[in-house]
Design a protein around this ligand. Sequence first.
Ligand code: ZN
Length: 150
Amino acid sequence: MELNDLYRDVILDHNRRPRNFGPLENADASAEGFNPLCGDRLTLRLNLGDDTIRDIRFEGQGCAISTASASLMTEAVKGKTRNEALALFERVHKLLTDDEAGAEDLGKLAALSGVREYPARVKCASLCWHTLASALKSAPSSAAPAVSTE
Ligand code: ZN
């Protein structure tokens, strides 16, 4: 099996059966994302305790890549601290935009590297991550992280 086939299967599976899809009660933080290039819409809700993502769910409508990316993201960041999730966002952004970026330690998120072949779809795949970053940055925190924009 080609690696690209494996990646495609992961994307198709997560589009067909998105994980953590639906409303989330008692959310501490939320954000909405919109990708005008494709029409993808996404609402992300999080439960944060001790600065850790205890639960995360998403709703919205979008193309297969945006839905699969959001599904993969919710699985990947659940249980991570705010800073760990933001660091993962940086890794994924690099994976989507840098042909040289490795994905060995990214698990299923490596499937997103297939999007690099379709530059017009990078925004579809990164929408949920940008939405997550804005939700995390807007959430109240006892120890607000210093977020670098460099
Ligand atoms: Zn899209």
